[in-house]
Design a protein around this ligand. Structure first.
Ligand code: LIP
Length: 256
């Protein structure tokens, strides 16, 4: 199963790359304020869904661009064909294919592939997290003097809520921020030790299912209550290394 999903993610990334750099006219549509979908998102999702359905016919599939198949196994593949569509449209490298397995009410396995960087992260459950086949290094302890947290706010999140979260980060936690515009990439930065954590508001299950499974194998905890979460709902959460989470004020662990 693991090799199959990794090769599906790589091939999906190659399909996305064939569309990368296209002119936005006739290629990009708006799903809402600052929320984009492209022909590439739909083509890549169609490919991934076809491959997963052929490889794992008993499993369900839930994708950002509308795919919804119920399975009989109790397992569901949660798919974001291009996480970071905005960056993809603008020509940046911060976007990735994300394929996560949700089983027993938990993120159980994940593969994310950032094609421009040619970086593939995989892991979850009893599978150790690897970057391009090499096991991830142990994460550094939290050092407040060089503390960094990623942030991601969906455009539907009220500005007052975003400012409140930023105020807590700057005034109480006293660390700096990074915003990649793609939850997968921000969580990738946590996994590789470039940041200590991530605060997401208005983020969807397909943006994070794969990375949360990977992060759990290296001791990074995310405060998402998956048992109480509808896969279609917008999530508010914090992920972080144990030292970073310990440094947070208690009220930040409440919904933002
Ligand atoms: C994106 C997320 C990002 C968030 C964007 C959007 P998409 O997902 O990864 O963190 O800030 O609003 O939801 O739409 O590129 O798959």
């Amino acid at each position: 199963m693991y090799d199959v999903v990794q090769s599906i993610a790589r091939e999906a990334g190659e399909i996305a790359l064939r569309h990368f750099g296209r002119s936005p006219e006739g290629f990009v549509e708006s799903k809402g304020h600052l929320d984009l979908v492209t022909e590439a998102d739909r083509a890549v999702e169609q490919f991934i869904v076809g491959e997963l359905a052929a490889a794992f016919p008993a499993d369900g599939i839930f994708g950002e661009e509308g795919s919804a198949r119920s399975g009989t196994s109790g397992r569901t593949w949660v798919v974001d064909p291009i996480d970071g569509t905005f960056n993809f449209v603008r020509g940046g490298d911060q976007w990735a294919v994300s394929i996560g397995l949700f089983a027993n009410d938990r993120p159980a396995y994940g593969v994310t592939y950032a094609p421009v960087r040619n970086d593939l992260l995989a892991g979850g459950g009893d599978q150790a997290a690897t970057l391009n086949g090499i096991r991830l290094k142990a994460l550094p302890p939290f050092a407040p003097g060089i503390g960094l947290v990623g942030v991601g706010f969906h455009p539907v999140i009220p500005i007052s809520d975003r400012l409140r979260a930023l105020n807590i980060i700057f005034s109480d936690v006293k660390v700096d921020i990074r915003a990649s515009g793609a939850a997968t990439i921000s969580l990738f930065e946590v996994a590789t030790g470039l940041t200590d954590g991530y605060i997401g508001s208005g983020i969807s299950s397909w943006d994070v299912m794969a990375m949360v499974a990977i992060l759990e194998t290296i001791g990074v905890h995310c405060n998402i209550d998956w048992k109480a979460t509808d896969l279609a709902s917008k999530l508010q959460f914090i992920c972080g290394t144990p030292g970073f989470l310990r440094a947070l004020p208690r009220d930040l662990l409440q919904p933002l």
